[in-house]
Design a protein around this ligand. Structure first.
Ligand SMILES: Cc1cc2nc3c(=O)[nH]c(=O)nc-3n(C[C@H](O)[C@H](O)[C@H](O)COP(=O)(O)OP(=O)(O)OC[C@H]3O[C@@H](n4cnc5c(N)ncnc54)[C@H](O)[C@@H]3O)c2cc1C
Length: 309
């Protein structure tokens, strides 16, 4: 039996936009018609590049590295955009292999406008957001961790271009704080100002920001489709259970709930330094237990496994 090979596409970096101190949106153009592909909202590609990274002995090693990235632009648009967030600090050495094993920090450093990258795309059997892409679900409550709003951006652009689809979206967006911890004059929330503009522009889109670190001053909204709250979703400011979905979306029964982010955000799974795994609670458990959401009304995309520091 012959194994079908995933084709390697070639894209060129056309632009790079700084979103936050640790995240950039890259704009790509496929080099030729055969480097294009048709995709749907919620899908991802794998990019492969050569990176120079440090080793524990003080050397530099050049290796091919791959990472998955969700398509952050709508399939209805010409540009293909990926937002890349640096999770692992520059220079971090994996103690087991004695080398740096991060991607994003080195990609930011070594890839410039005009450079080319290799890209792999293969269609998953049931891609993230496929029930929205197929028109089965239209009333959406999208739950995003601090890195997880890329597919919501793709969906919002799609909603803007395909008004005929009659999709309604409430984005629940959780971040530790609004401003970057390193530089308090800079916003640390990916797409923050764009989301505010979109909420003002599209009457079928609402955004609910929550900030989980309590040092954030109270933010007040000047618009009915923009809300701010403090602390984790599903807990009010006094720590009591809150039906966040019901409160801000209005119909916990009809809402379809894509959840996107790290393992800890989605289902409370965190890897400890000892290598063992702890299981807490994430958005998924809260939706089922507090809001009575049925598992078939939940969809999820995990970006990475949370590791305790
Ligand atoms: C389907 C899919 C779609 C994705 N889409 C996106 C996307 O659109 N945008 C995006 O930014 N990412 C996305 N990711 C994740 C992406 O592939 C990278 O993991 C991410 O960009 C972080 O890259 P990195 O090089 O900083 O860290 P990686 O080398 O990829 O490592 C991430 C790991 O580092 C751990 N880590 C964080 N801080 C530390 C620390 N101080 N010390 C040690 N370990 C630490 C994290 O817990 C995590 O397990 C996606 C992943 C998948 C599977």
């Amino acid at each position: 039996m012959s194994k079908s090979q995933t084709p390697i596409l070639e894209w060129q970096i056309k632009d790079r936009i700084k979103e936050t101190p640790d995240a950039y949106t890259y704009v790509f153009s496929p080099l030729s018609a055969s480097d294009r592909f048709t995709f749907n909202i919620g899908e991802f590609v794998t990019i492969r590049v050569l990176l120079k990274r440090p080793t524990s002995s003080g050397g530099i090693e050049e290796t091919e590295v791959e990472r998955a990235y969700s398509l952050a632009s709508s399939p209805t648009r010409n540009n293909i955009e990926l937002t890349i967030k640096d999770e692992k600090p520059y220079g971090y050495i994996n103690p087991v292999i004695g080398k740096a094993d991060g991607f994003a920090a080195y990609f930011f450093e070594q890839f410039k406008i005009g450079d080319r990258i290799s890209v792999k795309y293969s269609k998953a059997r049931e891609p993230f957001l496929s029930k929205i892409a197929s028109g089965v679900e239209k009333d959406i409550a999208y739950w995003s961790g601090s890195n997880g709003a890329e597919c919501a951006r793709c969906l919002l652009q799609y909603m803007e271009d395909r008004k005929d689809l009659d999709i309604r979206l409430v984005l629940f967006y959780s971040n530790p704080r609004l401003y970057s911890l390193e530089d308090k004059s800079l916003v640390g929330v990916i797409y923050y100002n764009w989301l505010l503009d979109m909420a003002r522009k599209l009457d079928n889109f609402k955004v609910v920001f929550t900030f989980t670190r309590y040092d954030e001053t109270t933010l007040n909204s000047d618009h009915p489709r923009i809300s701010y709250r403090k602390g984790r979703f599903f807990k009010d400011e006094e720590g009591k259970a809150e039906r966040t979905l019901q409160k801000f979306h209005g119909n916990a029964e009809s809402a379809f709930n894509p959840i996107c982010g790290s393992s800890g955000f989605i289902n409370g799974i965190v890897k400890l330094k000892t290598g063992s795994i702890t299981r807490g609670r994430g958005i998924m458990q809260e939706l089922i237990e507090i809001e009575g959401v049925k598992p078939e009304k939940i969809d999820k995309e995990q970006f990475y496994l949370d590791v305790s520091k």
